[in-house]
Design a protein around this ligand. Structure first.
Ligand SMILES: Nc1ncnc2c1ncn2[C@@H]1O[C@H](COP(=O)(O)OP(=O)(O)OP(=O)(O)O)[C@@H](O)[C@H]1O
Length: 542
């Protein structure tokens, strides 16, 4: 996975639908800034008139100023409204794009750390939302305002225009200053924050272990160290920004003094000097602000690169280009000459395993031999490196790789051993995304001895934490059964259950008309199968 060369521009592709809104905010901010500049200059001109000529300014000035102030208020309101709703949509679009990608790309064999992905989805997208909704408009408005301000100054007084041009050049020259340092520190902040997020997600996910094993101190030390690293990088970045901001303010102040001196030395009428100084300041100051914003770009680029890298994650399994139809009637499952490796280590090699339509097959084997891997392959959570996994039927066999994703998910149900429940109610858990109703669930819950313990509105807590391990296992099974899969693949469905609950699960499974492949270490569970296959390590791993 590599980041695109121009990460901020590359993300615009994902914001195609927001281009109009981005353009609208740019126009609003430009007109609003020009309005503010005009108001400031007119007021300064009025002050000059009163102070030097001791005369009231012309009467037409007041309605003009009142109109401009009203226009500016409306523009500011419109700009706030447009940019905030744009920010909200940009955030939503980037997060939806990321979660869409994670859904097909994250169940990776390498089991990466989720903290970094969470940091990208939450923190980086927030930074980018600000960039597209506020920063782009501010940068462009400063440029337009400076171009117009300088043009007016050239027409009014060449000497003053020259001073302002020098100031604009000096302010712009601060942009590349410290660029490498800012790039490096911006990258460090993003990496350190990501690592901190990794740790925090890990710790929050294993709080019981932290308590149970008395690990507070080492965990606290580790989180504090990572936090300190992130804070050090952020502090150094902030100091560099402040130094640069200080030098830009000095340039703006010198420009004001330069304009004052040039105006008095030239033939500018004294009543116009204040207006000239204000126009010069109004021309240079927004560019100085824009230069400060520009200096934030390295960390924004680092965020955009991370989001871009995540969005470019290859899908774990590629969708079929031209999906084949599912075979009619009962379906069987076949692994033919399958080989599979995690990184460099082959776990399965030359594996042939066939479950006939309607057959119930048990799969046993020593721990670590690859049974859960077979389950993942049967549900196409990933593809084998060698051989094929197929669904078989009366009309022939279709490889899983040739099937439409939705057809495959509807036909094959998989319950992994460490599968998770979602936070929410029991009814939501069982009926979300399926056409099953609560009434359908009740019968299964009764047969699995869960009906008394679980009501439809009971909250499960994060990952089902409010249920016992055995209740969670049975609820995962009910969730899969309610989708009425034609092939059901279960990994250790009775491992967390006592003998009575395991017997109830076996009863439900025995009555199931579907094709069944059940991984289990439990002899009572295997005994209810039509046939039991023993998985052995591949020759070179023995
Ligand atoms: N994501 C992974 N990355 C690297 N190696 C893995 C990964 N998942 C499993 N393995 C390795 O692959 C082998 C097979 O694992 P698998 O979980 O399929 O075994 P299993 O037969 O289901 O074991 P158990 O009966 O203990 O659940 C093991 O040696 C395991 O260490």
């Amino acid at each position: 996975m590599s980041a695109p060369a121009r990460p901020l521009a590359a993300l615009v592709d994902h914001l195609r639908t927001e281009r109009r809104a981005i353009t609208a905010t740019v126009v609003l901010v430009c007109v609003s800034l020009l309005c503010l500049t005009t108001i400031s200059v007119l007021l300064a001109a009025a002050v000059g008139h009163v102070a030097v000529l001791r005369q009231a300014p012309p009467a037409w000035l007041w309605p003009l100023l009142a109109g401009l102030v009203l226009l500016r208020a409306l523009l500011t309101w419109g700009e706030m409204d447009a940019s905030h709703s744009l920010a909200f949509r940009v955030l939503a679009r980037l997060r939806v794009a990321l979660f869409d990608r994670y859904a097909v790309a994250f169940p990776a064999r390498s089991r990466e750390n989720h903290g970094r992905a969470a940091a990208t989805a939450m923190t980086d997208t927030e930074r980018l939302e600000f960039f597209y909704a506020h920063t782009v408009a501010q940068l462009l408005a400063a440029v337009v305002n400076a171009a117009l301000g300088l043009t007016v100054l050239v027409l009014l007084d060449a000497g003053v225009a020259a001073v302002v041009a020098v100031a604009l050049t000096a302010v712009t020259a601060t942009v590349p200053m410290g660029r490498h340092r800012l790039d490096r520190l911006g990258g460090e902040v993003v990496t350190a924050t990501g690592t901190l997020s990794d740790h925090v997600v890990d710790v929050l996910g294993s709080l019981r272990e932290v308590l149970g094993y008395g690990l507070h101190e080492p965990v606290r030390r580790q989180v504090a160290q990572t936090g300190a690293r992130a804070a050090r990088a952020a502090g150094a970045l902030e100091t560099t920004h402040r130094l640069l901001a200080g030098s830009r303010e000095a340039i703006v102040t010198l420009a004001a003094v330069g304009v004052l001196v040039t105006a008095f030395a030239g033939d500018v009428a004294p009543q116009h000097v204040a207006a000239l100084v204000v126009l010069a300041l109004a021309t240079v100051a927004p560019v100085a602000d824009a230069a400060a914003t520009w200096a934030q770009l390295p960390s924004l680029r680092a965020s955009a690169a991370r989001v871009g890298t995540e969005l470019a994650r290859p899908a774990v399994v590629e969708p079929a280009a031209r999906p084949a139809p599912l075979p009619e009637g009962p379906l069987g499952l076949a692994l033919r000459d399958v080989g599979f490796r995690y990184a460099d280590r082959w776990v399965l090699r030359g594996l042939d395993l066939e479950v006939a339509p309607g057959e119930h097959v048990g799969l046993r084997g020593p721990s670590g031999v690859g049974k859960s891997t077979v389950v993942a392959l049967a549900g196409r959570l990933w593809d084998p490196d060698l051989g094929t996994v197929e669904l078989t039927g009366a009309g022939g066999a279709v490889p899983l790789t040739a099937l439409d994703e939705a057809d495959l998910r509807a036909a094959v149900g998989v319950v992994e051993q460490d599968g998770r429940l979602f936070a929410g109610t029991v009814a939501e858990e069982l009926t979300a995304g399926s056409d099953a109703s609560w009434a359908d669930a009740v019968d299964l819950l009764e047969r699995l001895d869960l009906a008394d313990a679980l009501g439809p509105d009971d909250q499960l807590g994060e990952a089902g934490v409010r249920l016992s391990g055995g209740q969670q296992a049975r609820l995962r099974l009910v969730r899969a059964l309610l989708r009425r899969p034609r092939v059901l693949v279960l990994d250790e469905p009775t491992a967390d259950l006592d003998a009575a609950a395991a017997a109830r699960v076996s009863e439900v499974l025995r009555a199931l008309p579907a094709t069944l492949l059940v991984v289990s270490h439990r002899e009572e569970t295997l005994a209810t199968m039509d046939r039991v296959v023993t998985l052995t390590p591949p020759p070179e791993a023995r």
